[in-house]
Design a protein around this ligand. Structure first.
Ligand SMILES: Cc1cc2nc3c(=O)[nH]c(=O)nc-3n(C[C@H](O)[C@H](O)[C@H](O)COP(=O)(O)OP(=O)(O)OC[C@H]3O[C@@H](n4cnc5c(N)ncnc54)[C@H](O)[C@@H]3O)c2cc1C
Length: 295
């Protein structure tokens, strides 16, 4: 992950590895190359870990794709005699791997409609409700999690805050609700109702603040200042219960600390890139991890 981009690296059953880059073209352009496979490889090799993993990698011929402007959504996901499920309804960004969760909701929405229909109930009135709920949920997620997020990718401190807050709010909200009442909650879209709305607004707010903080850090020459020799790890796992609140408060604490630190810094203008420090570490600047003492 770096300023304006992130990469996925997924080992497949057959020994091949799916690797790719997702980027915000306002902020980042991958290196030039004959095709996208070459461009992705050149890009991955810039990173010390990428060099270790892909130094000798060969691209599978004719197995690379490039999609521009991939996110999309449908204004209607159900009507008389039809419904839409999964990615046919919309797609956002695979950063948090929420695709199949979103699919579960649209599949269950369709199932509930079909079940109602075959139980002899009228479902006509539900179409408008379902269609409006889908679009609202899509934009709640987008504004809360992805809007301008690529501004703070590459800064470990801000991404750690986002990681703690995005995932804890997801577990305290949609995941906990689905665990408590599958039939009811899978039949709705995430972030529906009053509580969902409050959470979505809170998430949209801190996401906007993290974007502003990234611009402030760029202006101050501090973007990526904690990428090296700092540990950003959590001891506790995310669960749909109360312990996750601790992780959420940890995220809020680090966020507010950053707000205080950059209170008097004005944000960089939209065009300015974070050149003063490097969010992509070079091997030379890494400190070797201490070797544990053997007893
Ligand atoms: C890089 C990346 C990483 C992801 N990682 C995760 C992850 O870790 N976890 C997660 O939950 N989600 C992840 N997702 C999202 C997830 O893959 C999708 O949400 C999910 O696959 C959607 O399932 P689907 O059945 O709706 O669509 P698809 O999986 O796209 O299936 C649709 C199928 O229909 C076929 N098709 C299309 N047109 C026709 C036609 N005319 N006739 C017949 N067949 C047709 C297609 O070939 C395809 O096989 C990721 C997505 C991407 C792009």
């Amino acid at each position: 992950m770096g300023f304006g981009w992130w990469s996925w690296i997924i080992p497949l059953d057959n020994g091949e590895v799916s690797a790719g880059v997702t980027w915000d073209e306002r902020l980042f352009t991958p290196p030039e190359g004959a095709d996208m496979a070459e461009r992705v490889k050149k890009h991955l090799l810039k990173h010390p870990v990428g060099r270790v993993m892909f130094g000798n990698a060969e691209a599978v011929p004719n197995d690379n794709r490039y999609y521009k402007g991939l996110p999309y959504y449908s204004e209607k996901i159900a009507g008389d005699g039809w419904t839409v499920v999964g990615d046919a309804g919309g797609f956002m960004d695979p950063l948090y791997s929420q695709g199949l969760d979103f699919c579960s909701h649209t599949v269950y929405n369709s199932f509930s409609l079909i079940r109602k229909h075959y139980m002899g109930e009228c479902v006509q009135e539900e179409f408008d409700v379902k269609n409006a709920a889908y679009v609202k949920s899509y934009f709640d997620w987008f504004n809360a999690i992805y809007k301008d997020k690529y501004w703070y990718m590459g800064d470990a401190e801000l991404m750690f805050v986002a990681f703690l807050l995005d995932i804890s709010t997801y577990f305290i909200g949609p995941v906990r609700l689905v665990y408590s009442n599958q039939d009811l909650e899978f039949g709705k879209m995430p972030y529906s109702g009053f509580a969902g709305d409050v959470f979505a607004r809170f998430m949209r707010f801190y996401n906007r603040r993290l974007v502003t903080l990234a611009k402030k850090k760029i202006k101050a020459g501090k973007f990526g200042d904690k990428n090296l020799n700092h540990h950003f790890i959590t001891k506790n796992a995310f669960t749909p219960g109360n312990p996750t609140l601790k992780l959420m408060f940890k995220g809020i604490r680090i966020w507010l600390k950053c707000e205080l630190q950059y209170m008097f810094t004005s944000p960089a203008s939209a065009e300015r890139e974070p050149s003063p420090t490097t969010p992509m570490p070079s091997v030379a600047s890494m400190t070797a991890a201490p070797v544990p003492k053997t007893p």
